[in-house]
Design a protein around this ligand. Structure first.
Ligand SMILES: [Ca+2]
Ligand SMILES: [Ca+2]
Length: 146
């Protein structure tokens, strides 16, 4: 976990909707709490990350690593094995140079916006040290806990 207390950006959960959807949904994120830490699951909250446009690998910065993954899916359309709607930055149904151009236009931008989501409680998974922390969101994005 990085110094800002969130999960590493690379391990942030990314949720995308493949069909039109509007409304609020409940999400649950599983977290391990070391019993010796004294941490209380009721103190944990779910945050939504609003990534910079072009940060398609969700590592917190727009750079050449993002254009590399977009280029690996070059030419992909919905249904093809390399398709990933995250890389289709202009939402035109094909991953191509227009998406690379958008990405490079945002080079150097970083993810700075984290929004705490409404807390809905938690449940323990059996008698383990794993808990599911619940929150509601109306916006699919990346999510983390702190
Ligand atoms: Ca990135
Ligand atoms: Ca596109």
């Amino acid at each position: 976990m990085p110094s800002n207390g969130y999960f590493l950006p690379g391990t942030v959960w990314s949720v995308t909707a493949t069909a039109g959807y509007q409304g609020t949904v409940t999400i649950g994120i599983v977290v391990y709490i070391d019993p010796s830490s004294g941490s209380n699951p009721s103190s944990l909250r779910v945050y939504r990350a609003d990534f910079a446009i072009g940060d398609v690998n969700f590592d917190g910065e727009v750079d050449s690593a993002d254009t590399i993954v977009i280029n690996k899916a070059y030419g992909a359309i919905p249904g093809s094995s390399l398709w990933n709607s995250v890389y289709d930055l202009n939402n035109d149904g094909v991953i191509d140079s227009l998406d690379v151009t958008i990405c490079t236009h945002h080079y150097g931008e970083t993810t700075t916006s984290w929004t705490e989501l409404p807390y809905l409680g938690y449940t323990q998974i059996g008698s383990t040290s794993y808990y599911v922390i619940y929150a509601s969101t109306d916006h699919f994005s990346g999510f983390g806990i702190r």
